[in-house]
Design a protein around this ligand. Structure first.
Ligand code: PLP
Length: 286
């Protein structure tokens, strides 16, 4: 089956789709992105992702490349052309093509690239039965982590370090000893007495669209929730830990830096929220 991508107004064969060498996304990481999951043929929380795209673009003063209904139509059309029933749509917007200069160029069209990815299975064998390991690393990123920018070098290095350590994810830690988030996920713990804790939105983390959905589900289930920073020591003493993102939903973490968390097995809060989230997407409630 032919694979299509979308670049600046055109659907192109994936292997021939390209941006200009002076695209500011390519040269300066002067762009933002979103990843929307397609689960059972349904887009998960399209509105949440497009709302965040709007915030990222506004924060960087990058104009929308096309209006929102058109972008949504392109995403759905590309997924249809590529026959994606389970997978993800990736979209990237940059400040356009201009001779390389740090300052903003004169007004010009933003670049828009949309691609899709097929997912055969959402977890690897054993991940739901055993949970996944994470490591902790210093958070070396810039001060506006709330903007979903394509400038991801710290996360590239962190994910590679995690992979080399046999871990699924790296949790980044601020100089004060608190966990900010994972390289591509938000971080959660369940304290020994049952309180669910995840860091509050600020410039220090990306406010995950999945994070927001899980918070709503947790509150609906009458869990006690605290949005606040937590330390690595608190995480090590937790009953449960998990990560959340568009592609992992809620995924149990059972080892941090090699130390078992709680019973060392996935716990009911993480697995329950995961089930509730997937259910909401499949039923078209998200
Ligand atoms: N934090 C970071 C740094 C991320 O890159 C991501 C997703 O890629 C998330 C959190 C989770 O965000 P979302 O739930 O919107 O996928």
């Amino acid at each position: 089956m032919a694979r299509w991508a979308y670049v600046n107004g055109r659907y192109l064969p994936h292997d021939r789709a390209a941006v200009h060498i002076e695209d500011r996304g390519f040269q300066l990481a002067d762009g933002v992105y979103e990843v929307v999951t397609i689960l059972g043929g349904r887009f998960a929380d399209m509105d949440g992702h497009l709302d965040r795209l709007d915030r990222s673009l506004n924060a960087l003063r990058i104009p929308w490349p096309v209006n929102r209904p058109v972008l949504e139509r392109v995403m759905r059309e590309l997924a249809r052309r590529n026959g994606i029933h389970d997978g993800a749509v990736y979209m990237q917007v940059s400040r356009g093509v201009a001779p390389r200069d740090f300052r903003f160029p004169s007004p010009r069209p933003s670049s828009l690239v949309v691609t899709t990815r097929r997912v055969q299975r959402w977890t690897q064998p054993g991940q739901l039965e055993e949970g996944v390991p994470v490591i902790t690393i210093p958070d070396i990123r810039w001060g506006r982590r709330d903007i979903k920018t394509t400038g991801l070098l710290a996360q590239v290095l962190g994910k590679q370090q995690a992979a080399e350590a046999g871990a699924f994810e790296a949790w980044m830690v601020d100089p004060d000893g608190t966990v900010t988030e994972g390289c591509s996920s938000n971080a959660w713990i369940v304290m020994a007495e049952g309180t669910l804790v995840t860091r509050e939105p600020s410039h220090k983390i990306l406010n995950g669209v999945t994070r927001l959905a899980l918070l709503r589900l947790a509150r609906a289930a009458e869990l006690t929730v605290e949005e606040r920073p937590f330390t690595v020591a608190e995480a090590l003493a937790a009953r449960e830990a998990f990560v959340s993102s568009a592609g992992t939903f809620a995924l149990p973490v059972t080892r941090i830096d090699g130390q078992a968390i709680g019973t060392g097995k996935p716990g009911p809060v993480a697995l329950g929220l995961r089930r509730a989230y997937i259910d909401d997407v499949l039923r078209g409630r998200l």
